[in-house]
Design a protein around this ligand. Structure first.
Ligand SMILES: Cc1cc2nc3c(=O)[nH]c(=O)nc-3n(C[C@H](O)[C@H](O)[C@H](O)COP(=O)(O)O)c2cc1C
Ligand code: SF4
Ligand code: SF4
Length: 443
């Protein structure tokens, strides 16, 4: 049985599954219930200054049959009294001394930071997470993402916190910035023990066609919310990768957040450099029980691959994440259709003919399309639209012996310099004649 336990920048946890700071960690009741269900840690709903929340608060993107493919909220930090939260943190730690309870904090002045750090330390929190991410409401008051978007301010506050704190500090970053390594580096320079990301992405999920206000509608008006859930996972993973590959950030532990809802998501975040993961939307959607699937899936993956601990595969995908200029230009794949599996829907034909490279043919009298090998550029589109699993596969056609990259060609002085250059890639590609577009027209 592999060991799932982690020591994240000094915060010990029986497994890497943590609840993110959000409604599921709003009370001791919820955190205890989650630990009982199998979660190893919880970042408490952000504590800070007194706030008032509005009603309604959430919106969602329901994509076709999928409820909450993306989730959006305009909620602020906790609206419960600080004393109640502190008492409950203390209580939870008594029942679960070996689980990780991390207090998320957001205040304004240095004095407020010093005081609230003392409060949560006295309550027995195992760590602190600095919320520099909230992209609505709190940022209008100079906190949350307003700090996360200003690396120099972020660094100063991290320095204040590091001066005052006796327990590990995680700096949580906002994705609402063009280069995530700027605040990441500022956090490291400020002395943070760890980083977590992402918080939510500024967004409008839709407009109500009666009130003409954005969702969630509050008495006829709306505002931008913070976007999260499955839709944001690719953005979160890219930002994680950028930090985990950065020379001056890569040695700082990172807690990965954004769209995680099953064991595979967890493994992918770990492979990109996260050594703990946090979950919000999936726990709100499906409840705490999802951790059971995460745990069994993670254990099976580790057994299959022969890993004893999480650290055996943290960041294992990073050497394969490179810049475009280092990709092998000689690699060649071509689509292949398995006629036995094909249901003849012709979605691949439509996609390739209208949206790609006219490399699929349908012969009259048959519904199974055919790939025209010499026209296929190996873009993958047909295999992505095909509704039948493994019906279209991409077949490797190069012999694996040649390896030339754009960077190598640049160094060798063999990159194309004009559109007519024989060295340019697309010059010999097949395209039908313009008039072929109208060949099915009646008159
Ligand atoms: C309703 C709601 C409230 C949230 N409140 C907080 C908060 O108080 N503090 C915080 O740091 N992040 C907060 N978040 C952001 C989450 O912790 C997390 O970073 C984000 O939702 C991405 O993870 P997910 O895709 O698993 O939801 C909140 C998210 C939601 C949906
Ligand atoms: S999309 Fe897939 S199932 Fe449909 S015709 Fe093409 S190969 Fe067959
Ligand atoms: S891989 Fe792209 S170019 Fe080739 S057949 Fe499929 S859609 Fe067409």
């Amino acid at each position: 049985m592999p060991d799932l336990s982690i020591n994240f920048a000094g915060i010990k946890s029986p497994n890497p599954f943590w609840l993110a700071s959000a409604p599921p960690t709003n009370s001791g009741y919820q955190v205890m219930k989650a630990f009982d269900a199998g979660w190893g840690g919880a970042v408490w709903k952000t504590l800070g200054i007194p706030v008032i929340n509005v009603s309604s608060r959430y919106g969602a993107i329901n994509y076709r049959d999928t409820r909450i493919a993306g989730f959006n909220n305009i909620e602020l930090i906790t609206d419960r009294p600080l004393a109640d939260n502190l008492k409950e943190i203390e209580e939870v730690k008594k029942y679960f001394p070996d689980h990780a309870v991390i207090a998320s904090l957001m205040v304004e002045t240095r004095e407020q930071w010093i005081q609230i750090i003392k409060d949560v330390e006295n309550a027995g929190a195992d760590g602190i997470e600095l919320n520099f991410g909230c992209p609505h409401g709190m940022c209008e008051r100079g906190m949350g993402s307003a700090v996360g978007q200003e690396p120099s301010v972020l660094k100063t506050i991290v320095e204040w916190v590091m001066d005052a704190a006796n327990i590990p500090v995680i700096t949580k970053l906002t994705p609402n910035i063009s280069d995530i390594t700027d605040p990441g580096l500022a956090a490291v320079q400020g002395g943070t023990d760890a980083i977590s990301l992402i918080n939510t992405i500024k967004s409008i999920v839709g407009i109500d066609l009666d009130s003409y206000a954005p969702y969630p509608v509050v008495d006829g008006k709306g505002t931008n919310g913070g976007y999260c859930g499955p839709a944001v996972k690719p953005i979160a993973m890219h930002m994680l990768r950028e930090l985990a590959q950065h020379q001056k950030i890569k040695d700082t532990p990172i807690s990965g957040i954004g769209g995680i809802e099953n064991w595979r998501d967890v493994v992918e975040f770990i492979l990109l450099g996260a050594s703990s993961v946090q979950v919000c939307t999936a726990a709100m959607h499906y409840g705490f029980g999802i951790v059971r699937e995460m745990e069994t899936g993670l254990i099976k993956f580790m057994n299959d691959k022969g890993y004893d601990t999480i650290y055996d595969f943290v960041g294992k995908a990073l050497p394969n994440v490179t810049e475009w200029k280092h990709l092998n230009l000689k690699h060649k794949v071509v689509a292949e259709i398995n006629a036995d599996k094909c249901i003849g829907c012709q979605l691949c034909y439509i996609a390739c003919d209208d949206g790609a490279h006219q490399a699929i043919r349908i012969t009259e009298g048959t519904r199974v399309p055919e790939i025209i090998d010499e026209n296929c550029v190996g873009c993958n589109l047909c295999s992505l639209v095909c509704p039948v699993e493994e019906c279209i596969t991409m077949d490797k056609r190069d012999d694996g012996k040649q390896h030339v990259t754009w960077a190598e060609r640049t160094d060798a002085g063999t990159i194309p310099t004009t559109f007519n250059d024989d060295l340019a890639g697309g010059k010999g590609h097949f395209v039908p004649s313009v008039k072929d577009a109208l060949k099915h027209r009646k008159s």
